[in-house]
Design a protein around this ligand. Structure first.
Ligand code: GLU
Length: 431
């Protein structure tokens, strides 16, 4: 990943050679700044996260020994409202990564015009190596360590990679115990039984699907019969794959952390989801499919390629292989700025993460609103409102791209950063 960024935008405690995803985000801001007009003078706000918390999480393991994990919560910007963003459990979680993910949340919430800032959390842990009881203790201790900076008015966590409704329940419970009463709006992505929203689990995948229905119109394509390849088969990639298949598209390849499966005629997504569910979450070993190597996956001739796993997957090394007609980003930060340039040169449009995967946080917003009002909506209402939000954001981003003659990513950044900096400017500088 690129390390060619302004030294002053890298906090002193981060090794400039290990700047990772934060470097990607800074490059994206640099590409946006020339289009911000008079707000450019506030652009440095975007390059400096508001608050960074690093916590130690000591846990007693089931075998009686004690081990320590490192946890983070970063609030990138809160000019437009409380911080909002998920919590990730992953062995490679790092501070620069969480900083970038928090910044992408600020941008995303502003692109779809939610009254939130951006935040993100993470614990450096491989959750597959620990029991449920150990993961519960990690979650509760992590929540307790960041409790001073979170809350319904301050910063609202949610699920992300390797966290789910159960983890959110433990977070909500830990937060509520510290207050002495139930605080449903403290966390989103909870089970419905605990004040979670209908439609939240599939919201990110559904949002990608809605964006795809719009994007195919823009680029003169059709979803029916479209050949789709997806990297990631978790909550986001798995739901999107199912919705695409239900709409008559052909999901020809799926690439998850266990392997890659391929069928020229289209995979049976439901059977694969069942298989993955029964075999520890992965597609490896699924019957009746061909397996591919990563290089072969990226080179597939497809209509739509959907990276829905982790950041930094499409780089200058594999971007040149891509022969999709359209890339829609389900993950956060899957495409590096260098890869963006290669795809642009090859005429492949990219619908960026901060627009395409905003369905999850949008229904998180609906969940927060429902919890604050203790008045719950039916699933139809939620899905319709989600579609409205995604469609208007898509329209606004494509208009911004046409107006400024820029990529959809830069257009989305112009829209999001303008909203953030307008709020920042009218609030003024304290003191
Ligand atoms: N983790 C999701 C994202 O990256 C959802 C965040 C949320 O719902 O707050 O957008």
């Amino acid at each position: 990943m690129n390390t060619n960024v302004e030294q002053s935008n890298i906090p002193s405690f981060i090794d400039p050679h290990e700047v990772g995803a934060w470097g990607m985000y800074l490059r994206q801001v640099d590409r946006t700044a020339p289009y911000l007009g008079s707000l450019t003078r506030w652009a440095d706000t975007l390059r400096h996260p508001k608050r960074i918390l690093i916590v130690d999480i000591p846990i007693r393991l089931d075998n009686g020994t004690v081990t320590h994990f490192e946890g983070y919560r970063v609030q990138h910007n809160v000019s437009r409202g409380p911080g909002k963003g998920g919590v990730r459990f992953h062995p490679q979680v790092s501070l620069p990564e969480v900083m970038a993910l928090a910044a992408w949340m600020s941008t995303k919430c502003a692109v779809v015009n939610l009254p939130f800032g951006g935040a993100k959390g993470g614990v450096r842990i491989d959750p597959r190596k620990y029991s449920m009881a150990e993961l519960e203790r990690v979650t509760r201790r992590y929540t307790s360590e960041i409790i001073q900076v979170i809350g319904p008015e301050q910063d609202i966590p949610a699920p992300d990679v390797n966290t789910n409704a159960q983890v959110m329940s433990w977070m909500m419970d830990t937060y509520s115990i510290s207050k002495g009463y139930s605080v449903k709006a403290a966390v989103t992505g909870k089970p419905v039984a605990l004040g979670g929203s209908l439609g939240r689990v599939e919201a990110t995948g559904r949002g990608i699907y809605v964006i795809a229905t719009e994007a195919v119109k823009t680029f003169g394509m059709q979803l029916k019969g479209a050949r789709i390849a997806i990297q990631g088969f978790g909550n986001v990639g798995g739901t999107a794959a199912r919705l695409f298949q239900e709409a008559g598209a052909k999901v020809i390849a799926i690439y998850d952390q266990t392997g890659i499966v391929y069928d020229e005629q289209g995979l049976d997504v439901k059977a694969l989801l069942n298989y993955a569910h029964e075999h520890g979450g992965g597609v490896k070993g699924a019957p009746g499919v061909t397996t591919l190597k990563p290089k072969e996956f990226w080179s597939l001739k497809t209509d739509i390629l959907i990276p829905a796993a982790l950041e930094g997957q499409i780089t200058k090394d594999n971007a040149g292989l891509i022969r999709a007609k359209l890339v829609i980003e389900g993950a956060n930060g899957p495409t590096t700025p260098e890869a963006d340039d290669v795809l642009a040169e090859n005429g492949i449009p990219v619908v960026p993460d901060v627009l395409a995967n905003a369905g999850g946080v949008t229904v998180s917003y609906f969940e927060w609103v429902q919890d604050l009002e203790s008045f719950f909506w039916d699933e139809n209402t939620i899905n319709h409102r989600l579609e409205d939000v995604m469609r208007s954001a898509y329209k606004a981003v494509t208009q911004s791209a046409a107006e400024h003659h820029v990529s959809l990513r830069t257009a989305a950044f112009i829209l999001g950063c303008t909203r953030i900096l307008e709020a920042r400017e009218v609030r003024g500088l304290y003191p």
